[in-house]
Write a protein that binds this ligand. Structure first.
Ligand code: FE2
Ligand code: FE2
Ligand code: FE2
Length: 184
């Protein structure tokens, strides 16, 4: 169902822009982490880049042909730093989404009765909480000169739910089955 209200439409466009940039930024920072000898941190960036793509696609679908002059909310650093600094940029961006952006967007969508946008914002908000935490753990390791210790990252392709080492039987956010999860 396409969005009807201008304010929620603006927020979908802004969130689409922010997620798209996060996707690209994380792919780039994955390359940097690989070069610095952190293959697992690189893998985490790649996996979470995919989760941000899932969010962008969800928002894009809700926009459904509606055009708007929207500013883009992207509370993150840009450019090429060391992995420890890039992880700080990632943490800041995720926390901006968790504390500022998505709670406001989610409540606006609720207030305007935009159920599709509400679902899309809710999915993103739940995943970004996990992303902030995982990037913080990765940064702790990197500060000690170590890689982040895990075997695989699993991403739900419906909502972007992110989990280390084993996918749950059912996604706790959207209910998708274990077999749907994409492994990195
Ligand atoms: Fe996201
Ligand atoms: Fe995220
Ligand atoms: Fe999910």
């Amino acid at each position: 169902m396409a969005v009807k209200n201008a304010m929620t439409s603006d927020f979908l466009h802004s969130a689409y822009g922010g997620e798209s940039m996060a996707h690209m930024r994380y792919l780039y920072w994955a390359q940097v982490a690989n070069k610095e000898g952190f293959p697992n941190i690189a893998k985490l960036f790649k996996a979470i880049a995919y989760a941000e793509q899932v969010h962008a696609n969800n928002h894009f679908r809700e926009i459904a042909g509606n055009t708007a002059d929207a500013t883009v909310t992207a509370g993150a650093v840009f450019g090429d730093g060391k992995t420890v600094d890039n992880l700080q940029g990632a943490i800041n961006g995720e926390l901006h989404e968790v504390e500022q952006m998505y709670p406001v967007y989610l409540n606006a969508a609720k207030f305007q009765g935009e159920s599709g946008a509400e679902r899309s914002f809710y999915y993103a908000l739940e995943a970004e909480k996990i992303h902030a935490d995982l990037f913080a753990q990765a940064q702790k390791a990197a500060k000690d000169g170590k890689d982040f210790d895990f075997t695989s990252v699993y991403i739900c392709p419906i909502c972007g739910h992110t989990v280390l080492d084993e996918a749950p039987d059912k996604c706790p956010v959207c209910g998708a089955k274990k077999e749907k999860y994409k492994e990195f």
